[in-house]
Design a protein around this ligand. Structure first.
Ligand SMILES: *Cc1c(COP(=O)(O)O)cnc(C)c1O
Length: 395
């Protein structure tokens, strides 16, 4: 089938929750190919999912072998892969225990339940979240998301969410009351437009939470698993949350989410408190274990730092040439080019030139290449961006 045929079938039978243009049929490493045979350099990576690239042989092999052996057993039984993955995550997080689920929203939903269950004896249930945050699309997580556009039309929203200004400690402090159970924050806001937390803000939140005995929860769904050049983005700040969520890159495209909880809250969920049918299947955990091994073996944290810095530097040079570009923001391989107006025309032009990126929060051109990206590919992407900006400037 070609792109037009796939699009026609899709429009007839799939709900129009997205508005795709390309039909992608094949991927390898940093590259994808569409149904009409065009090749693209993928600097979107499934929106920060494909950290070890498309169809990494180690992940493919782990999935194939585990699929032929045992795909699923109920969580009423132990399976060998789940505790191995939990150990791998906990060792990198600095202690605690895991709960496995299937998506980012579900992991955040679990964090919220954990905070409420812990707070319930004292009547504490409120969760403070940040404006311009993104935490998912279930009813609780879209309410946690500090953006009206994702909430519109879904009232009545669940109670117990309070919004504060990101990077404004005083605003968080002012939102705390006797009902506060937790503060939920992204160390680097992704959908909000690639906005890193100020170190003093995150460190201040940690101190505030300790003083008031409320939980500090981090949403690492996008920034975790090496994306920022650290296993988890809060590690860059030297701040340890009480619990955090993972999903996106954990399975490199195989659906899996997780909560990682520090020892102090690791045994709050007891049998009957929380559950999911598909969480932590042998198949999903085998995929995630292969992802962790690959990140380590190929030194991808280091690569995310060096190639991320290079990408930021190259984009900064471009930004300085045009008065319609405000500048750049970034952290590892989460990089944004901040425009004054909509980033969509630039994103579309880049797509035409064979570079996949994302327009975010209106005016941000966001790049999230796989962590296996090479310096040459970064140069290539920067050259395409320079070319596209020049054309847009001449329009
Ligand atoms: C993508 C994302 C989510 C939601 O994850 P889903 O798997 O789509 O439910 C939550 N938080 C952040 C920071 C994200 O980037």
């Amino acid at each position: 089938m070609n792109t037009a045929e796939i699009a026609e079938l899709h429009k007839k039978y799939v709900m129009p929750t997205y508005a795709p243009e390309l039909a992608l049929l094949k991927g390898a490493g940093t590259k994808v190919w569409d149904a009409d045979g065009n090749e693209y350099l993928d600097f979107l990576a499934g929106i920060a999912v494909l950290n070890v690239g498309h169809c990494h042989p180690a992940v493919v092999k782990a999935i194939q072998e585990q699929a032929a052996k045992l795909m699923h057993v109920s969580n009423l039984y132990y399976n060998e892969q789940q505790p191995k993955l939990a150990q791998a995550l906990v060792e990198r997080a600095g202690g605690g225990k895991c709960f496995f689920c299937n998506s980012g929203a579900e992991a955040n939903e679990g964090l919220i339940k954990l905070a409420r269950l812990r707070g319930s004896p004292k009547g504490r249930f409120e969760v403070i979240t940040m404006k311009n945050s993104f935490h998912g699309r279930t009813l609780a997580t879209l309410t946690a998301t500090g953006q009206e556009k994702v909430q519109k039309g879904f009232a009545p929203l669940p109670e117990g969410f309070v919004y504060a200004e990101f990077n404004d400690l005083a605003s968080c402090e002012a939102a705390i009351n006797e009902k506060t159970a937790a503060i939920l924050v992204e160390a680097v806001q992704g959908e909000g437009g690639v906005v890193p937390a100020d170190p003093a803000f995150l460190q201040g939140l940690r101190k505030l939470c300790d003083e008031k005995d409320i939980l500090l929860l981090c949403d690492e769904v996008q920034a975790g698993m090496g994306r920022t050049g650290h296993w988890f983005s809060f590690q860059k700040y030297g701040v340890q949350p009480d619990a955090f969520s993972l999903a996106k890159a954990l399975g490199n495209g195989f659906p899996i989410g997780a909560i990682v909880a520090a020892p102090k809250v690791a045994d709050i969920f007891q049998p009957g408190n929380h559950a999911t049918t598909f969480g932590g299947t042998p198949l999903a955990c085998a995929a995630a274990l292969a992802v962790i091994e690959t990140i380590e073996k190929e030194h991808l944290l280091e690569n995310a730092q060096t190639t991320g810095a290079l990408l930021l530097e190259k984009l900064q040079t471009i930004a300085e040439k045009y008065d319609w570009i405000e500048g750049t923001r970034g952290c590892g391989l989460m990089v944004g080019l901040v425009l004054k107006d909509s980033a969509t025309p630039l994103q579309k032009l880049l797509q035409k030139k064979g570079l996949l990126t994302l327009a975010t929060a209106g005016n941000i051109l966001r790049m999230l290449p796989p962590l296996i990206v090479t310096a040459e590919e970064v140069e290539q992407a920067a050259a395409l961006t320079a070319e596209a900006c020049k054309e847009i400037d001449a329009m």
